[in-house]
Design a protein around this ligand. Structure first.
Ligand code: GLV
Ligand code: MN
Ligand code: MN
Length: 439
């Protein structure tokens, strides 16, 4: 999908055509008096943050680690208390179901993830997960049975490449299961550790049409809403993400006796490459981003010229073609750097890449109307972060609600979203679920 095409599509958002047909007047039939419980959301965010915390109070609920496993057990318990009869599917996704009046209708699903990046924050994924549970709690308290069955889904290992949601849409391959996760286990080993069944991963697949819709509330993770003083973001599209492991091979030799001109320094080659990546990404117009977020230099000593470097390259954009174009240029530059530095540079494209996705236009409008009915300001925007929603978009209409991140900080222990914004987002989610149910 070309970027221009994406923008053109989204400008048609007001037309309102989708799997749901043309939307008419808004209203959930229950009025907008039902509101989420602020105190419950705040205290649960704080409770979940405790799992996997280190001595500095920083979180380490990286997928498949003890922190993740303990946090999931806590969440399962909350699901049970809310009457959801939780199950764990073959990919380790947590699923809680609530019956509707009409069992023939397809479920409306909503949720997010509770795993985190190393040293991550307390809001990424957790807000959407706890707000989903909050919707169920309010329906229970008000004794409301929706027409459609409802499903909360807490996807496993979102941060490691939307692994749980990818499996649910049939995209987690044998190769993908063997890919190493952040904590060192393969995805297959990790899935086993959280109660899934990688040997029968197909058992978790949901087909196109199995769900009526998927909704995800999430923090923005950027600074646009805060800067523009907007309360709710309506997400139009989510970027695709591709990773490469790049290996630089030189020759490890004595750092004191090897003259500068005779060296084959793998780290020098890697440094030149990192600079080039940045220049290529800056030179080409668009909203794409390219990052080297991790690097290992071997053998790793003051007095040895690095003989080998392995780094992680990530490129994101709403257009698959743009990602390929950027990578082709980077690969070409790598050839020149390898020749200059007398090193070898090789690229291994990682399995489990996330494809870009558009959200459903009628669901976008439903979110906007729900927010406006609550007196909240809205803005249509793109997501530069990856989300499970982009995988699930392959099997059902999806939509995302964004709320402001203070200072635009995320994937950091300094990540923060104000209570008022969490509550606004959860109320919009509640109203949107009820509105979709009435359709
Ligand atoms: C997930 O949060 C990602 O954007 O990497
Ligand atoms: Mn997230
Ligand atoms: Mn994240």
């Amino acid at each position: 999908m070309k970027r221009r095409t994406f923008l053109k599509n989204t400008s048609l958002a007001t037309v309102g055509l989708s799997a749901f047909g043309v939307m008419n007047t808004f209203g959930n039939g229950f009025g907008d008096t039902y509101k989420v419980n602020e105190q419950r959301i705040v205290s649960r965010i704080a409770e979940l943050a405790k799992f996997g915390q280190d001595a500095k109070g920083h979180g380490y609920r990286v997928a498949y680690t003890p922190g993740d496993i303990d946090g999931r057990a806590w969440f399962i318990n909350l699901m049970k208390n809310a009457g959801l009869e939780p199950t764990i599917d073959a990919a380790g996704n947590l699923i809680g179901k609530r019956k509707g009046k009409n069992p023939l209708l397809k479920p409306i699903a909503f949720g997010s993830h509770i795993d985190m990046v190393p040293d991550g924050g307390n809001y990424d994924g957790t807000l959407g997960s706890l707000a989903a549970l909050e919707v169920i709690e309010i329906l229970n308290e008000k004794k409301i049975t929706t027409e459609h069955p409802l499903e909360i889904i807490i996807f496993a290992n979102e941060e490691g490449g939307t692994i749980g949601s990818m499996a649910m849409v049939g995209g987690l391959t044998k190769e993908g299961l063997q890919q190493k996760s952040q904590m060192g286990l393969t995805m297959a080993e990790g899935i086993k550790a959280i109660g899934g069944n990688p040997a029968n991963i197909q058992a978790c697949i949901r087909k196109k049409g199995d769900l009526k819709a998927w909704l995800e509330l999430h923090i923005e993770q950027g600074g646009i809403l805060e800067q523009e003083n907007i309360e709710i973001g309506v997400v139009e599209g989510i970027v695709g993400i591709v990773h490469w492991e790049v290996t630089f091979e030189g020759f490890a030799n004595h750092a004191g006796t090897t003259p500068m001109k005779l060296r084959k320094d793998a780290l020098l080659a890697a440094s030149k490459f990192i600079t080039e990546i940045n220049e290529i990404a800056l030179k080409i117009e668009g909203h794409h981003v390219a990052t080297v977020g991790k690097i290992v230099a071997l053998p790793g000593a003051y007095n040895v010229i690095p003989g080998k470097v392995v780094l992680g390259l990530e490129i994101r954009d709403l257009s698959v073609e743009k990602i390929e174009l950027l990578f082709t240029q980077m690969e070409q530059r790598a050839k020149a750097i390898a020749a200059d530095t007398k090193t070898n540079i090789s690229f291994e494209r990682q399995a489990n890449e996330s494809k870009p996705a558009l959200t459903d236009k009628v669901l976008q409008q439903t979110i906007e109307k729900s927010a406006k009915a609550l007196g909240l300001t809205t803005k249509y925007m793109q997501s530069g972060a990856g989300h499970d929603s982009q995988e699930i978009a392959l099997i059902t209409p999806v939509a995302m609600i964004f709320v402001p991140s203070v200072g635009g900080i995320s994937h950091s222990f300094q990540e923060f979203t104000k209570t008022v914004d969490m509550v606004n987002g959860a109320n919009v989610l509640l109203q949107t679920v009820l509105a979709v149910d009435k359709r």
